[in-house]
Design a protein around this ligand. Structure first.
Ligand SMILES: *Cc1c(COP(=O)(O)O)cnc(C)c1O
Length: 381
């Protein structure tokens, strides 16, 4: 039976139900297959998913893991990052990015982002490296975040990183499926990581993540770290590892969801361009450079009176979220970490101005028009 949507149905910020209704039979069957074979840990679906993920993202190796956070952790563990090392990281990102650096005993050095793309500003890299040196730290890597689904400026970042002898870890937690000048995210950094948290563009029904690399040796090390540092067999432990596996049930769910993923990305792209056209001239709009395909994990606008705008939209039944209300360096837990030498003015300003609008593949143009009209009216008050 198909359920009719009433015309005045509440607007959802992220609608996961419509997608579930669409593929529910296939998800049920996929979960039932796992219950039947009973290999809940590292079952056949995990390997099958890794093959699909590698193909989808153009990387030689895809290593599934328990979350996007574990993916970052395992990647940096494979490089041996630890105390005395500095890892550059944008000041405007989700907490998981700097958290993994600090957990390894290394020091996050916060760098600035571009005001219009929200991603790492390559100019800030040398300031970050200078800050690391002035704290007596050894700059080892940079975590580049593809915020809100848009790949960062890798054509400038990667050569700068190479010149300075630092590794590039692409945190593609929000950008699975995106393209940077035709290149899939699996090939953006020395290692790329992603997340399958339910609200990410490709989400499972729990926690999940993956790591991508073309490097055979690193891939083997990361597979070992994911399984408690195992060597030739389960009781041959060759390094310190973690319990970082993806559940078989989550892999089975992702195998069904990835079937409709490209279509969903196209729907997100259409909604984003609808927002762009409708909102032109009223608020600051997210900028997607030529040749890049964003997966629009979020559609994030800017406005100098952001809090007032958010309140007016909430009164009109339009749910919005603030990603992120503070730059990392203003978080109590991160206040003592070094910031790039010229500071992070854009990150600081963005935290005051950004507002993310409802965005998901099942948002139709009538609802988008309602949201656009509400924003246009609100900014005139
Ligand atoms: C979601 C997210 C993570 C962490 O992913 P989890 O799967 O929730 O652990 C890391 N970095 C960024 C930028 C994210 O958005």
């Amino acid at each position: 039976m198909t359920r009719m949507k009433p015309a005045t149905q509440a607007i959802e910020f992220i609608d996961l139900q419509t997608q579930q209704a669409r593929i529910r039979d296939r998800i049920d069957a996929a979960i039932a297959r796992v219950l039947d074979h009973g290999q809940y840990i590292m079952g056949p679906e995990v390997e099958e998913l890794e093959k699909r993920l590698a193909a989808h993202n153009g990387a030689k190796h895809a290593i599934s893991c328990a979350s996007g956070t574990d993916a970052l952790l395992i990647a940096m563990m494979s490089w041996g990052i630890g105390p005395g090392d500095a890892v550059l990281c944008p000041d405007f990102t989700y907490t998981a990015t700097p958290e993994t650096i600090a957990l390894l005993g290394a020091t996050p050095v916060l760098v600035d982002v571009h005001y219009d793309t929200y991603n790492v500003d390559p100019v800030s890299i040398k300031d970050g490296i200078a800050a690391a040196h002035s704290h007596g730290l050894n700059p080892k890597a940079i975590i580049v975040v593809d915020l809100f689904g848009l790949p960062a400026n890798y054509d400038e970042i990667v050569p700068l990183a190479k010149q300075n002898n630092i590794l590039v870890l692409a945190d593609a937690a929000q950008s699975f499926g995106a393209l940077y000048k035709g290149k899939p995210i699996g090939r953006l950094g020395d290692i790329t990581t992603t997340s399958f948290f339910p609200a990410k563009p490709l989400g499972c029904y729990g926690d999940g993540g993956a790591i991508f690399t073309d490097n055979d040796e690193l891939a083997e090390v990361m597979r070992s770290i994911r399984l408690h540092g195992k060597g030739a067999d389960k009781y041959d432990i060759v390094r310190i590892g973690v319990n970082g596996r993806l559940d078989t049930i989550q892999a089975a769910i992702l195998l069904e969801k990835i079937e409709i993923f490209s279509e969903e990305v196209e729907s997100r792209r259409i909604i984003a361009s609808h927002y762009c056209k409708g909102l032109q001239g009223s608020v600051g709009l997210p900028y997607c450079p030529d040749g890049c395909l964003s997966v629009w994990a979020q559609y994030t606008i800017r406005h100098s009176e952001r809090d007032k705008l958010a309140r007016l939209l909430a009164e009109q039944g339009i749910p919005c979220n603030i990603y992120y209300p503070r730059p990392i360096h203003e978080q109590p837990a991160y206040r003592h970490y070094p910031v790039a030498h010229n500071g992070t003015p854009n990150a600081t300003r963005l935290a005051r101005e950004v507002l993310s609008l409802p965005m998901h593949p099942y948002l139709d143009s009538i609802v988008a028009d309602r949201i656009i009209a509400a924003i246009r009216n609100s900014v005139q008050i």
